[in-house]
Ligand binder design. Structure first.
Ligand code: SAM
Length: 261
């Protein structure tokens, strides 16, 4: 009926007793194509007009997003190669505003994007503020994609191939004002983008990836200056990689508190 492994259905039933059928149904639908307008290169309204001039209808989403009525190859999008817009799902577009909202970010504020490749959220952060941003990823091939993303959008960051869990290898000792930890996860929340992920994962992956996230959280927390902000996000809907991880983190760190969103 659901076209998901039994363990996956049971975990969703446990984690989301009210919403699991909607989640499974949504996983079996194609997702819409969502754009993020580069606010350094023009307004969302102006870009929406440019799309319309090409016959492409769209609806606003969040602060910078446009949902296309019909998905398109990116070379059909006006100014895509020149960095006017990017493709990024609506939920992923929440991360940068969560880190930056509600406080002033002086030019040169130091931000760490700890698991950055291919750089979508790095770019979104830099579209919003003039940050001194260090983007890390453990995978050298994927780090090259961060460089490509930044070049296309006309943005700058320091990009390094490194293990975020080993700051001794890359940290200069100066605390960060903000940290984005977009951690490796099961990807259980983006099944419609990766339809085979449900069959590739094994039940034990959830605890194993949650342990990796826990290690990264505990390692990076001391690198944040007092009063700084850390956003932990994953693309999973399993609570072990979300709310439960946050609750356990708060119980280990009495110098942390949740910022109401
Ligand atoms: N933030 C990215 C974006 O918005 O485009 C997506 C990041 S993806 C969810 C997770 C990334 O974490 C992968 O690129 C993976 O290579 C990287 N990664 C996994 N373990 C890591 C580690 N120990 N240190 C740094 N990066 C790591």
């Amino acid at each position: 009926v659901w076209n998901h492994p039994r363990w996956w259905v049971e975990r969703l039933q446990h984690d989301h007793p009210e919403h699991w059928p909607q989640i499974l149904r949504a996983n079996n639908q194609p997702g819409p194509m969502v754009l993020r307008v580069n606010r350094r290169r023009g307004t969302r309204d102006a870009y929406r007009e440019r799309l319309l001039a090409e016959g492409l209808v769209s609806q606003p989403l969040g602060e910078d997003g446009l949902v296309l009525a019909t998905p398109q190859p990116v070379d059909r999008l006006p100014g895509f190669a020149d960095g006017l817009s990017s493709v990024q799902d609506g939920a992923a577009q929440c991360a940068a505003p969560l880190l930056l909202s509600g406080r002033a970010w002086a030019p040169g504020a130091r931000v760490l994007d700890a698991c950055a490749a291919p750089g979508s959220k790095t770019a979104h952060l830099l579209e919003h503020a003039d940050l001194d941003l260090l983007a890390l990823d453990v995978d050298p091939e994927r780090c090259r994609r961060i460089d490509d993303t930044l070049r296309r959008l006309g943005l700058r960051a320091e990009v390094r191939t490194a293990d975020a869990g080993d700051p001794g290898a890359w940290w200069d000792g100066r605390p960060f004002d903000g940290i984005l930890l977009d951690a490796p996860c099961t990807a259980a929340g983006i099944v419609r983008r990766h339809p085979d992920i449900r069959w590739l994962r094994r039940p034990g992956d959830v605890a194993q990836l949650a342990a990796v996230q826990r290690r990264l959280l505990d390692t990076l927390w001391p690198l944040l200056r007092p009063g700084g902000r850390l956003v932990y996000c994953t693309c999973s809907v399993f609570r072990a990689e979300g709310a439960e991880q946050v609750a356990a983190f708060l119980s280990r760190h009495n110098d942390a508190r949740v910022v109401p969103s």
